[in-house]
Structures are given as structure tokens and as C-alpha cells.
Design a protein around this ligand. Structure first.
Ligand code: PXP
Length: 249
């Protein structure tokens, strides 16, 4: 049997900044977490510079660009301000996410199909600058088709509905979400899109997603940072890596 490609783990450090910002000082430092994650075997670091700067700050992005030797996946809304910041830094990857001020986290995928023209123009300069452009979407064929048409190289499938259904014990709904995620991973791959996934993943939910052969990268944040309180960041990342590799084997 053909061996599966190694699945990459992107560690999202946003919530180290959430804790720091609760007191308004410099501790805990997201850059220190990023360096530790890098040493622990993370394949990339993800950080979302929100318009309201509720966690990651502009200075954090400057610092990450300076210190990391693994790729930075810069998550951002499709705004002019964020585009300028991305074009200044030229991170390895840019992931376009929907953003609402009142939401607690990125609640749904981007409506690519409805804003196809606008998004096509928005991502073109980012691609020209050499950034790998990813679009965060639901497992919906219409959105995948639109992502391919606008010239995105990558789609990241939103796993939040799957993880919520699991956490709430709605197992039929969870399994239906998994089927959509599996089918849409295969469909996106058939169009030549690289497939990533993330949102809400935990030790309990990561393996079925990691087992999809088309998925090349998982971006995981909240659970890893939360679990690190109890286990430490390095062992938490090692265990996530182990579960991913086990599912992939
Ligand atoms: N991928 C994307 C595009 C996201 O917006 C987020 C949340 O910032 C994640 C992955 C990580 O989600 P979580 O923090 O729930 O693991």
C-alpha cells in the first residue's frame, strides 16, 4: 500500500495571548510558546491577528516573523488593513477566515461562493507575494468549487460542528459531519486543492480527521493551550503528534 503523506501539525498560539491580555502585561509570552512548540515538533505556528486585537497583537506577529524557523500560518479576515500587514510580512501561509466582532471564536466557514469576485481580487496580491493562500470553509461542495475558482491553493475545513456534536453526545450528527468532512476532503483534493482541517480538535476528536488521506495539515490551538496547563506544552504536543501518527499509520 502507498504510504500516506506525513500529516503536519500547526500549533495555534492565540490563547497564550488571551491569558497574557487578561492582565495586560507581557506574561505569558506567545513567542516563548511558539519557540517551545517548534522544539516539540510542531510543523508550523498559526496565529490569528483579529481586527479587535483581542489576543494576538501586531508586535506578536513581528516577533513570530523574526524568531520562527518553521512556517507561520497567518490567519486574518479579508480586510484591507490585514492585507497590508500580510503583504509587509509575507508569511509562508495566509489563511482567510470570516470574522465577526461579537463572536467568541471563528464560528463558521467563509462564504466564498457569495463573495467570489471580491475574494479573487483580495487574494491575488497575496499569492503574487509568494504566500500560500488558504480559505477556511465548511465542508460544502459549493464553497470548495468557489475556493478553487478564486485561485486558493489550500482549503481548511472547519471541524467545529463535528467537534461540538461529539462534545454534546450527538453521535449521529457527529458521524454525519465526519462523512461530509471525508467526502469533501476527497472532492477538494480531486480539484487539486491542498486540504487542511481545524477548529475545536482535541485528543478525543483528532484521530478520525487525521485518518483522512487527503488531509495534509491540522491546525489546533485552544485544546493544546488548555491541556498544557495540566501537562505542560511539550508533552501535550507530543501526545497530539502521537495520536495523529497513530491514526495515519
Ligand atoms: N483553524 C482556523 C482557521 C481557526 O480560525 C482556528 C481558531 O482560531 C483554528 C484552526 C484552531 O481552532 P482551535 O483553537 O479551536 O483549536
Amino acid at each position: 500500500m502507498k504510504p500516506l503523506n506525513k500529516l503536519r501539525l500547526g500549533v495555534n498560539i492565540d490563547h497564550v495571548a488571551t491569558v497574557r491580555n487578561a492582565r495586560g502585561g507581557a506574561y505569558p509570552d506567545p513567542l516563548r510558546a511558539a519557540k517551545l512548540a517548534q522544539e516539540a515538533g510542531a510543523d508550523g505556528i498559526t496565529a490569528h491577528l483579529r481586527e479587535d486585537r483581542r489576543h494576538i497583537s501586531d508586535a506578536d506577529i513581528d516577533g513570530l516573523m523574526d524568531v520562527l524557523s518553521i512556517p507561520l500560518n497567518f490567519e486574518m479576515a479579508a480586510t484591507q488593513e490585514m492585507q497590508q500587514i500580510a503583504l509587509r510580512h509575507k508569511p509562508h501561509a495566509v489563511c482567510i477566515v470570516p470574522e465577526k466582532r461579537e463572536e467568541r471564536t471563528t464560528e463558521g466557514g467563509l462564504e466564498v461562493a457569495r463573495e467570489e469576485n471580491k475574494l479573487a481580487h483580495f487574494i491575488a496580491p497575496l499569492r503574487e507575494a509568494g504566500c500560500r493562500v488558504s480559505i477556511f470553509i465548511a465542508a460544502d461542495q459549493k464553497q470548495i468549487d468557489a475556493a478553487a475558482r478564486i485561485g486558493a491553493q489550500v482549503i481548511e475545513l472547519h471541524t467545529g460542528a463535528y467537534c461540538d456534536a461529539h462534545a454534546e453526545g450527538r453521535f449521529e450528527a457527529r458521524d454525519a459531519e465526519l462523512v461530509s468532512l471525508r467526502d469533501m476532503s476527497a472532492y477538494a483534493n480531486s480539484l487539486g486543492l491542498e486540504v487542511h482541517a481545524g477548529h475545536g480538535l482535541t485528543y478525543d476528536t483528532v484521530q478520525p480527521i487525521a485518518a483522512f488521506p487527503e488531509v495534509m495539515e491540522l491546525n489546533i490551538g485552544h485544546f493544546i493551550i488548555g491541556e498544557a496547563i495540566f501537562r505542560g506544552l511539550t508533552p501535550t504536543i507530543h501526545e497530539m503528534r502521537r495520536l495523529m501518527d497513530e491514526a495515519r499509520a
